[in-house]
Ligand binder design. Sequence first.
Ligand code: SF4
Length: 383
Amino acid sequence: MTSLPLIPVDPDAPGARRAAMPPQHLADLDLAGRKDLVTKLGESAFRARQISTHYFGRLVRDPAQMTDLPASSRDRLADQLLPRLLTPVRELACDDGATRKALWRLHDGSLVESVLMGYPDRVTVCISSQAGCGMACPFCATGQAGLTRNLSTAEIVDQAVYLAGVAASGKVAGSPPRLSHVVFMGMGEPLANYNRVIAAIRRLVAPAPEGLGLSQRHITVSTVGLVPAIHRLASEDLSVTLALSLHAPDDELRDELVPVNQRWKVCEVLDAAWAYAARTGRRVSIEYAMIKDVNDQPWRADLLGRLLAGKLAHVNLIPLNPTPGSRWDASPKPVEREFVRRLRDAGVSTTVRDTRGREIDGACGQLAAAEDSGTDPAGEMTA
Ligand code: SF4
């Protein structure tokens, strides 16, 4: 049994860690806030719109390319509104370049990762919301190192904007050049950094120049099941998809696999998920890592089927990704197929996730942000 994680659910609560946050960036602010800031700097308010158009609309961050801004104020505006938040350390690629994992160093030396996945009809980025994670799921590489700190809104948004630039550069062969989907499934528990994640979603979906202009329906927020935060998310009037990392249908096992279950039990977490589905009309994605001889027994498939039958839910089975030194293994394929069959027989929509990025430790549960993974870099990231 793993002890309860110590991270506060609300990072803005008294006592929450606030240290080492980065300088303010335009993506921390809405357009009105940017206009206020620019005005305080002695510039015309419309400069905020111009610089925002470069960043969100044209994916340009180099002041030298912002030739519609007067040379006398360009660098000063860029210093104040576009401080460098992410320094590319390494980019690894696999799947013929269609999957790319980026490792970034933050201003305080923290390391985070993001993954870009190109498909024929869409480009998805998986972004991190925290440096590390305090949720301590024992099968997850990120969870083993603990939480370093929450990311700022702009640090979260900048991962997507940067990788949108990589997609726009045509580096992801066989995929459209425009980023279309964002999943909060990288490092961290998004709902434990609630306010900043919600602000980041609002930037991602606001049309340019306020934001990146993505569809709300193309954003997925993953959680291990922080019940009060799920209810709060439902009240935001956002049509984002909720992905619930369930991983076990019974409390005895889930208490071990997802330690936060010691606080909010399976029935409470599922009730919150159904409340979210009812409020938003969005189908909830139930994430279930298939772990050999741990959670893959036929009786657990039947129990999961009974819990989900008739609900607005889809099960996404995830073949467990190997992590160095882990005692956990992926379920054998015949066991996985039987699990799928039983869920479908119960009337539950079920698919098995592909294992994109496995070779570069970019798959689910593998993001550990090690600076030296022993793998050769695929090249410097250029957006
Ligand atoms: S599975 Fe998700 S919530 Fe659990 S430790 Fe890993 S990153 Fe954190």
